[in-house]
Design a protein around this ligand. Structure first.
Ligand code: FES
Length: 262
């Protein structure tokens, strides 16, 4: 095995004996992350069309949640989204799955298993700046959990519509369902986080030795259930958050009309 890898290394970037379409995965990652990066940056930059109130609705874009403009009551000379988005950005950028993906797709380091990488780089892994910052992942998990709780509030709030007197009534619009599905997808991603897996089952030598340990084992099993599909949750939630913003934005702009189902 070591002879194969050194032969690949010697021939440089892209050298491989693989005959499968190994490049499809990295290519899809480049396209997916680039598309999301461009759209989310633009949506955050605009600073408008993120809150739909027409028809008594209260649909808040996930890029702008929590609604700091209302909560803080102050104005800032830039989009409120920038006060929030560093949290989910840091959470995703330091996620173990995303690291693997973008190290391969963008840095080609290596592009795939048994495929040659660029020559002349001194490999430091995550032991030096800037990648040593990846170790903050668990703290981003804590912060992202707070944001996620606000998103659950927003999704619940999207099922109540104000009448002309300002009284709230239960109702279901297409946007309510869009927001609910989005927060479920985001929860599926967070619940499979490796930091949460460590929190629930880490530093424990015996899973059956006490009631507390058995409880932790059950929690660890639940987190592992989501962790086994962490990649899928990562992509589903990435696109759901972008599409939820897009739906609310298009409704605010009058391009789409939110349909009340109930
Ligand atoms: Fe992916 Fe924590 S490892 S979110």
């Amino acid at each position: 095995m070591s002879e194969i890898s050194s032969a690949v290394d010697d021939k440089g970037l892209g050298a491989t004996g693989r005959r499968d379409a190994w490049w499809v995965g990295p290519l899809l990652v480049v396209l997916g992350l680039s598309a999301f990066g461009v759209y989310s940056t633009w949506a955050a930059w605009t600073g408008n069309n993120y809150l739909l109130t027409a028809g008594g609705a209260d649909y808040l874009s996930p890029f702008y949640s929590p609604d700091l403009k209302s909560l803080l009551g102050i104005s800032v000379p830039f989009s409120y989204a920038f006060l929030i988005l560093w949290v989910p950005l840091g959470f995703r950028a330091s996620c173990y799955y995303y690291r693997k993906s973008y190290y391969r797709a963008f840095f080609l380091d290596p592009a795939a298993c048994a495929v040659g990488e660029p020559k002349g780089r001194r490999y430091k892994g995550e032991t030096a700046f800037p990648f040593i910052l990846q170790n903050f992942h668990r703290y981003f998990f804590y912060l992202a959990t707070i944001v996620l709780l606000f998103l659950w509030y927003d999704a619940g709030r999207a099922f109540f519509f104000a009448d002309k007197l300002g009284q709230l009534h239960f109702g279901v619009g297409v946007g309510s369902i869009v927001m609910l599905l989005n927060v479920i997808a985001l929860s599926g991603f967070s619940l499979g986080c490796n930091s949460l897996r460590h929190l629930t089952g880490g530093k424990l030598d015996c899973f059956s030795c006490s009631a507390a340990a058995r409880t932790r084992y059950k929690l660890w099993g639940g987190v592992t259930f989501f962790n086994l599909r962490h990649m899928e949750w990562a992509w589903i939630s990435l696109f759901s958050v972008g599409l939820t913003d897009l739906y609310i934005r298009l409704c605010c702009m009058g391009v789409l009309h939110d349909i009340r189902i109930f």
